[in-house]
Design a binder for this molecule. Structure first.
Ligand code: GDP
Length: 687
C-alpha cells in the first residue's frame, strides 16, 4: 500500500483550500509529449477510462491537475471537478465533454491558459496518484496554430516540470528519440535525468529489436528508466469501448504483444507494459513524496507562522467563525431589541396614536369650523359668544349640535381600528430598521431582509385581528360620548396646547414664505388677492395674470392669506378657549376644540388597551422566535458562511482564521505522517 501518496494527496486537498502558494505545492507527475505521441492514450490507460478531449484540432489548452483516489471499498467510479460544483460525475463521457468545454472556454487568441482545471477521479481501479496533463508540444506551426502558441506551450510546460515534480516524458517509438521534444524539454530542467521517467509508446510500430534498444537507451540515460507500452486496444482502433476497463483491455493486448517477443522477456532488462508503468509511477511518486516531506512540512510551518502572526497582530487572536459571528450578532441584536421593548410600551403607543388623532382633529376642525375667511369672522362680536366668531350665521342650537355631532362621528368613524394598527405597526417596522442600522447586521443584506421579514410576518399576521378588535371596542363612542369635568379640564389644556403648536406651525410657514419671495412682494401679492376677493378689483377674475403678478406669485399670495387667516383664527380660538365661556363641559357646543380632544382621548385610551394586548405583546413575544427561525441554527453552513462574508472586514477575519486552521490541520497530518515514516524506517533498519 502506498500510504504516503494517499495521505499527501489528502494534505494537498487541504492546502488547496488554503490557496496554494508555490511553496505548498506537493509533487505531482507531469506528463509531457508532442502531439500524437500517445500521451492521452497513456493517461487514459492509467485511469482506465476514456475521458480526455479528442478530435482533430482539439489541443489541450489548460493544464489538467488530475488526482486519482483509490477507493477499494466502492464499486462506483466517478469524477469530480472540485472547483466547479458539478457533483459526482459517473459518466466519463460527461467528464470528457466538460473538459472539452473548459478547453474551448479559453479564448482563441490566448491559445493556452495556465489556469489549471482540477479533476479528481475516484475508483477502486485507480492508484493514488497526482498527475498533471499539459498541452502537447506542437512540432510545426500550422496556419491555425501560430508560432506564438508553440512558445506559450513551452513556457507553460517549463513552469510545471520544475522540481520536485516527476516528469513523465512521452515519446513514440517510431520517432527518433533524438527528435523527442519531451525528452529535450526534460533534459533542460532535469539535466542529469534524475526525476524523469521515459515512456515509449507505439512499441508495436517498430520491430522488437529496435524497440528494446530504445528502452535501453544510452544517449539519454534516465535514472528512473524507460517503459515501453502499446496503449492501443486491438479491436477498437484507438477508441476504447466505454464498458470495458481500458487498462485491462490494453494489458491483455500488451501481454500478447510483448509475450511473443523474447526481446521483452522478464530477464531482458527492459520494462514494458502499462501495468508496470503504473506501478512505477506509484513507487516513484511515493518516494518523491517521502523526499519532499520535510520541505513541505517546513513550508507549512512557515505559512502557519505567518498566518498566526497576522492573526495576532490584526485580530489579537480573537477567534471568529462564520457561526460564532452570526450567533454573537444575533444575540446582540436580540439584546438591543429587549432594550427597545422596555422603552416602547403603552405610554409610547398612546402618545403616538394621540398625535395621529390630534392631526385628524385639526383637519376636522379646519374643515367644519375654521372654514370662513378671517375677515368675515372678525366682524362678529367677540365677548358674548366665542363660537359666533367662527361663523356669521345666527346661533341656532340645533345647527351647532349637529355640527359637533358630525365632527365627533367624523373622528370616530374614521376607521380608527386600521388607523391605529397602522400607526403602531409602521412605527414598529421603522424602529426595527433603526435597530438594524445600529447593529452589525447593517452590512448584511441577507440578515436585514430576514429581520424585516420576521417583523412583517408577525405584523401582517396580527393586523386584521388587531384592527377589528380595536374597531369593535371603540364602537360605543360612535353613538355617545360621555364626559366629566375632570376630562373637560384635561382636554381644555390639551386643546390649548394643540392650537398653540398649530399656530407656531402657521407662523413658521408664513415666515418661510416671506423669506422665500421677500416680504414686500408677498404683501403686495396678498393685498391684490384680497382685493379680488372683496370685489374691489372686479375686472380681474381671480386666477388671471394681472398687474405684473404671475400665476405663481398669485398662488403665493393665496398661500400667504391662508396662513395669515389661519393664524388669526387660531389666536382668536385660543383666547376663546382661555375665556370663561369654555370653562365647563356645558359649553361643549361653543368649544368644539375641547370636545374633540375629549373624543380623541377616549379613542386613544381604548385603542391603546387593545393594541397593547393584540399587537405589541404578541410582537414582543414572537419577534425573537421568528428571528431564531430565520437567522438561527437551521441555516446551513454555506448560508452562514455566505452571510458572514457579506461584511468585508469579517470576511478577512474568517478567511485568515480558516487559513490558520487549515494549515494547522495540514501540519498535524504532516507530523503524524512523518512520525509514521520514521517508525517504518526504524523497523527496516533494525537487524
Ligand atoms: P496525444 O496527442 O499525444 O494525446 O496522442 P493520442 O493518445 O491521441 O494518440 C495519437 C494516436 O496514436 C491515436 O490515433 C492513437 O490511437 C494512436 N496510438 C496511441 N498509442 C498507440 C500505440 O501504442 N500503438 C499504436 N499503434 N497507436 C497508438
Amino acid at each position: 500500500m502506498m500510504v504516503l501518496t494517499r495521505k499527501m494527496i489528502e494534505i494537498r486537498t487541504i492546502l488547496q483550500k488554503v490557496g496554494q502558494t508555490g511553496a505548498l505545492t506537493l509533487p505531482s507527475i507531469v506528463v509531457i509529449g508532442s502531439q500524437s505521441s500517445g500521451k492521452s492514450s497513456v493517461l487514459e490507460a492509467i485511469v482506465g477510462h476514456e475521458f480526455l478531449p479528442k478530435g482533430s484540432n482539439m489541443v489541450t489548452r489548460r493544464p489538467i491537475e488530475l488526482t486519482l483516489v483509490n477507493t477499494p471499498d466502492s464499486n462506483v467510479e466517478y469524477g469530480e471537478f472540485p472547483t466547479l460544483n458539478l457533483g459526482k460525475i459517473t459518466d466519463f463521457s460527461h467528464v470528457q465533454r466538460t473538459l472539452t468545454d473548459l478547453n474551448l472556454a479559453v479564448p482563441e487568441k490566448d491559445c493556452v491558459s495556465d489556469d489549471p482545471i482540477r479533476l479528481t477521479i475516484y475508483s477502486k481501479n485507480v492508484p493514488d496518484l497526482s498527475l498533471i496533463d499539459l498541452p502537447g508540444y506542437i512540432q510545426i506551426s500550422a496556419l491555425d496554430q501560430p508560432e506564438e502558441l508553440k512558445a506559450k506551450i513551452f513556457q507553460l510546460c517549463d513552469k510545471y516540470i520544475q522540481a520536485p515534480n516527476v516528469i513523465l516524458a512521452v515519446s513514440a517509438a517510431d520517432v527518433d528519440l533524438a527528435n523527442s521534444t519531451a525528452l529535450r524539454a526534460s533534459r533542460r530542467l532535469d539535466p542529469r535525468g534524475e526525476r524523469t521517467i521515459g515512456v515509449i509508446t507505439k512499441m508495436d510500430l517498430v520491430d522488437p529489436d529496435r524497440g528494446s534498444n530504445i528502452l535501453k537507451d544510452k544517449n539519454y540515460p534516465l535514472r528512473l528508466g524507460y517503459v515501453g507500452v502499446v496503449c492501443k486496444a486491438p479491436s477498437s482502433g484507438g477508441i476504447f469501448s466505454r464498458h470495458v476497463n481500458v487498462l485491462s483491455a490494453i494489458t491483455k493486448n500488451e501481454n500478447a504483444y510483448f509475450g511473443q517477443h523474447p526481446q521483452f522477456a522478464g530477464d531482458s532488462g527492459v520494462t514494458v507494459g502499462t501495468y508496470s508503468l503504473r506501478r512505477k509511477l506509484m513507487e516513484v511518486l511515493e518516494t518523491t513524496m517521502a523526499q519532499s516531506l520535510q520541505g513541505t512540512s517546513d513550508a507549512i510551518h512557515q505559512e502557519l507562522e505567518e498566518a498566526s502572526y497576522e492573526f495576532k497582530v490584526q485580530y489579537n487572536d480573537r477567534p471568529l467563525t462564520a457561526e460564532t459571528y452570526l450567533a454573537e450578532s444575533l444575540d446582540s441584536f436580540k439584546h438591543s431589541f429587549k432594550e427597545f421593548t422596555e422603552i416602547f410600551g403603552r405610554p409610547q403607543v398612546r402618545q403616538l396614536l394621540k398625535q395621529e388623532l390630534d392631526q385628524r382633529v385639526l383637519d376636522i376642525l379646519a374643515q367644519r369650523y375654521w372654514n370662513k375667511p378671517f375677515a368675515d369672522l372678525k366682524r362678529a362680536r367677540i365677548d358674548d359668544h366665542p363660537l359666533s366668531e367662527l361663523a356669521k350665521v345666527e346661533l341656532d342650537e340645533l345647527y351647532w349640535h349637529r355640527k359637533l355631532d358630525g365632527s365627533s362621528s367624523a373622528l370616530t368613524k374614521l376607521g380608527i381600528g386600521r388607523l391605529a394598527t397602522n400607526v403602531v405597526a409602521n412605527s414598529l417596522s421603522t424602529q426595527m430598521d433603526q435597530l438594524i442600522e445600529a447593529s452589525t447586521f447593517r452590512n448584511h443584506p441577507f440578515a436585514r431582509k430576514a429581520i424585516q421579514d420576521s417583523s412583517n410576518t408577525i405584523l401582517n399576521e396580527r393586523f386584521y385581528a388587531t384592527s377589528d378588535q380595536v374597531e369593535n371596542c371603540i364602537k360605543p363612542y360612535k353613538f355617545e360620548i360621555e364626559l366629566d369635568d375632570r376630562e373637560w379640564a384635561h382636554s381644555r389644556e390639551n386643546a390649548q396646547r394643540l392650537l398653540r403648536d398649530e399656530l407656531k406651525a402657521c407662523e413658521l410657514g408664513y415666515k418661510n414664505l416671506k423669506d422665500q419671495i421677500g416680504g414686500k412682494k408677498l404683501s403686495n401679492a396678498m393685498s391684490f388677492v384680497d382685493k379680488i376677493r372683496s370685489g374691489r378689483a372686479p375686472e380681474m377674475a381671480e386666477g388671471s395674470e394681472a398687474l405684473g403678478f404671475s400665476q405663481a406669485m398669485l398662488e403665493k399670495g393665496r398661500e400667504g392669506i391662508f396662513l395669515r387667516d389661519r393664524a388669526e383664527i387660531l389666536k382668536m380660538r385660543m383666547l376663546a378657549l382661555k375665556s370663561k365661556g369654555c370653562a365647563t363641559k356645558d359649553s361643549k357646543y361653543s368649544c368644539p376644540e375641547i370636545f374633540m380632544d375629549v373624543v380623541a382621548e377616549k379613542l386613544t385610551s381604548t385603542a391603546v388597551l387593545f393594541l397593547n394586548v393584540e399587537l405589541l405583546s404578541e410582537f414582543y413575544y414572537n419577534f425573537p422566535r421568528e428571528l431564531d427561525l430565520r437567522l438561527g441554527r437551521h441555516l446551513s453552513h454555506d448560508q452562514i458562511e455566505a452571510f458572514a462574508r457579506e461584511d468585508p472586514k469579517i470576511r478577512k477575519h474568517v478567511d485568515l482564521q480558516q487559513r490558520k486552521q487549515l494549515l494547522e490541520l495540514a501540519l498535524q497530518k504532516m507530523d503524524s505522517l512523518m512520525a509514521l515514516e520514521k517508525s517504518k524506517k526504524a523497523q527496516i533498519d533494525e537487524p
